[in-house]
Design a protein around this ligand. Structure first.
Ligand SMILES: [Zn+2]
Length: 148
């Protein structure tokens, strides 16, 4: 048999998920990484506060506006993850990407309340991108990843 040996390690990615908050809701940021802590991909999901299932009932203008905002948030989360993952795959360092994301201001700041054990307590998260940048830096600290 000359097939390459496929081990469980080679087809199973390690990952770490952080749950944070921004002005657009709860955000789940998942990093896939190598055993030595090298960040490979980033996936971003924002939790919606509104049910977007098809509905035959007429909806209010407020509902429609909230539904559109929720869809935009989901698209933003998806594209942040895709662009960051593409940058990492192309050789941009996670630190350089994180620095680009940190401080992006969407105009909906969120001050994380203290005393609940939440991510970045007492800090002001300025956008979903800012939260992802912060989470990337935290991941690197917690996984003792060092740049060459
Ligand atoms: Zn915003």
């Amino acid at each position: 048999m000359n097939d390459k040996l496929v081990t469980a390690e080679s087809r199973t990615l390690l990952s770490a998920t952080y749950r944070g908050d921004c002005g657009h809701g709860k955000v789940f940021i998942t990093f896939t990484h190598s055993p030595d802590g090298r960040m490979l991909q980033v996936f971003v999901k924002v939790s919606s506060t509104i049910n977007l299932k098809p509905n035959t009932e007429p909806r209010s203008e407020d509902y429609e506006r909230a539904a559109y905002a929720t869809m935009c948030d989901r698209a933003e989360a998806e594209i942040i993850g895709k662009l960051v993952s593409t940058a990492l795959e192309s050789g941009t360092t996670p630190i350089d990407v994180a620095v680009l994301l940190r401080g992006v201001d969407c105009g909906h700041p969120y001050i994380v309340p203290k005393g609940h054990g939440r991510l970045f307590e007492g800090e002001t998260i300025t956008s979903m991108a800012d939260l992802v940048g912060r989470a990337m830096l935290l991941f690197m600290m917690e996984h003792a990843y060092t740049q060459q």
